[in-house]
Design a protein around this ligand. Structure first.
Ligand SMILES: [Zn+2]
Length: 298
């Protein structure tokens, strides 16, 4: 009997020890689980909102982000296009199609403009004129920027993004679903703008596309149902880069103001020229002593 009691005792001791141990293991696991999951704990209602919104970010697979801070989406590397031609459907039966944002004259189109490249089409309007969304989509940006002024960027399901800049008023907020033709704001003259107009841009994965490739600004309708994006679509970038470097070279000070310690040879090296060329241009000897503040033509 004694033996039985002691055996039971030993077993019950072992069991309780094991139970405590198991229990403590469970607690630890549970605590670990709780700790690990805290950042992701979302109540049921939120969860459904969250997963709904993730699914409903337009072209999320393409962009892998939904950036509501930076006006421009990160630019994809055009080299990745290789020789591919990507067909982007501009119209599907479930959408409201295309509605021209504002029926005004184009005062400046896509392309090189003076010293810079103009990445959109400027449509003439009066401040207060209603501006509509071109396609159905979701508002990614609705903010005030230095250059664009009040700007709205809408991302569309096909991956295109449309920009509406210099607005006097914005009627939509980030995350709003909009339909083609919905009045998203009023035209204006905010940001870097000379006179009221709508600066309208079409971009794909961060890169501007000539909007006339898809839109007739005289007939206010699409010129195609499908946009074919290939390397050729972005040929203008080479042109834009050339214009930018030319502009940089052109705007580079052609006069150097002498600072303390400057020598003619150092100046020549800096501007990729020779002391001989500088001396000739400025009517000075190559050995002339420079004075601080002296203007050297290059
Ligand atoms: Zn513009």
């Amino acid at each position: 009997m004694k033996k039985i009691i002691s055996t039971v005792f030993v077993f019950s001791f072992l069991y309780s020890a094991f139970a405590i141990k198991s229990n403590s293991v469970l607690i630890v696991t549970a605590e670990k689980e709780i700790t690990d999951t805290i950042p992701f704990v979302i109540d049921e209602d939120e969860l459904s909102d969250y997963s709904d919104s993730l699914v409903s970010f337009p072209a999320y697979d393409l962009y892998c982000n939904w950036d509501t801070v930076h006006t421009h989406s990160a630019k994809f590397d055009i080299a990745d296009l290789k020789d591919d031609v990507k067909e982007i459907a501009l119209y599907d039966e479930s959408s409201c199609g295309y509605v021209h944002p504002f029926s005004g004259n184009v005062t400046s189109g896509f392309g090189p403009r003076r010293k810079r490249f103009h990445y959109g089409a400027d449509i003439d309007l009066e401040t207060g004129d209603a501006v509509g969304a071109a396609f159905d989509g979701k508002v990614r940006i609705a903010k005030t920027s230095k250059s664009y002024g009040n700007v709205i960027v809408i991302r569309h399901n096909n991956g295109l993004e449309t920009y509406y800049a210099h607005l006097s008023k914005m009627n939509v907020e980030v995350g709003d679903e909009v339909f083609a033709g919905q009045i998203i704001g009023l035209g204006g003259n905010t940001g870097k703008s000379r006179g009221s107009h709508l600066h309208f841009e079409v971009r794909y994965l961060g890169h501007p596309i000539d909007p006339t490739e898809i839109i007739s600004f005289t007939e206010h309708k699409l010129v195609t149902d499908t946009l074919c994006v290939s390397k050729k679509t972005f040929d203008y970038i080479v042109e834009a880069k050339k214009a930018a470097s030319k502009n940089k070279a052109g705007s580079k000070a052609r006069v150097h103001v002498v600072k303390k310690g400057d020598t003619l040879s150092a100046i020549a090296r800096k501007y990729h020229t020779t002391t001989k060329a500088i001396s000739k241009k400025n009517g000075i000897k190559t050995t002339s002593k420079l004075r601080v503040g002296q203007r050297i033509r290059l």
